[in-house]
Design a binder for this molecule. Structure first.
Ligand code: ATP
Length: 238
């Protein structure tokens, strides 16, 4: 029987910076092969939440479970080895390193030390094979986003945290990215927590949607409930 236990669970998580509280008690459950779309205005805490989940920021209270294990106090690298991959806003690739070196860096998160770059990465993003010896910084914005996602896949994650993947990307590439994320969810059994300002992009991919305001989840439900003019107006008015 297929295991439907959540791959990621947050229970009343609080976090922030120094003495500034930002996340004020967030709870969520991400099922396998699910795309959870987290939407909200600038500055409400979406990036802070992703950083807390991957361990770049400390959880002040509450609990985070990764594949049923309490990871609340685990360091970032341990969470990466246990399945979390974070693709930050602005991509975070190494601009002076080649495409290959960027991908090899992603292998460090893989529990299997002998693992190589997965072939599917080049099927999804053939351009990366063509540019394999080129410096990451010479790629276009869209290609850098592809590289960032490809690097994340090198760690064989089962949870992908994507922060604003369409930011600054041409519309034609946005469409390609959407199809690839969908394929990755299907073929790699990956669940995605997606933060995105492009509501249409996010809601088309999503199975579930959450709206955040001032560090709290103020609305959540099936993505289908959000594909509705009235609800959309309500959210955009927040
Ligand atoms: N390093 C930091 N130190 C202190 N405060 C920070 C830091 N980074 C972000 N903040 C503050 O935390 C709050 C939430 O920021 P966060 O980046 O998580 O929001 P966001 O919803 O992701 O917005 P955006 O879409 O603009 O990235 C903001 O008030 C921001 O100013």
């Amino acid at each position: 029987m297929e295991n439907n236990n959540p791959v990621l669970e947050l229970d009343n998580v609080k976090s922030g910076y120094q003495n500034i509280p930002v996340i004020n008690g967030v709870s969520l459950a991400l099922p396998p092969k699910d795309v959870l779309f987290l939407f909200g205005r600038n500055g409400v805490g979406k990036t802070t939440l992703l950083k807390t989940i991957c361990g770049l920021l400390k959880t002040r209270s509450g609990q985070i479970k990764l594949n049923q294990e309490d990871c609340t106090n685990w360091p970032t690298h341990k969470r990466a080895r246990h399945g979390i991959a974070y693709v930050p806003q602005g991509r975070g690739i190494f601009p002076k390193h080649t495409v290959r070196q960027n991908l090899v860096a992603g292998l460090r998160a893989c529990p299997d030390r002998n693992a190589d770059i997965p072939e599917q990465v080049f099927e999804y993003f053939p351009i990366l094979k063509e540019r394999i010896n080129q410096a990451g910084g010479t790629l276009s914005g869209g290609q850098q986003q592809m590289l960032a996602i490809a690097r994340a896949l090198c760690g064989r994650p089962n949870i992908l945290l994507l922060d604003e993947p369409t930011e600054g990307i041409q519309p034609s590439i946005v469409q390609t990215l959407q199809e690839i994320v969908r394929t990755i969810v299907e073929e790699h059994h990956v669940s995605v927590l997606l933060v995105e300002q492009n509501f249409e992009f996010g809601i088309e991919l999503a199975t579930h949607c959450m709206v955040m305001d001032k560090g709290e989840i103020v609305k959540e439900g099936d993505a289908s409930e959000f594909r509705n003019e009235e609800v959309l107006e309500e959210i955009l008015a927040l």
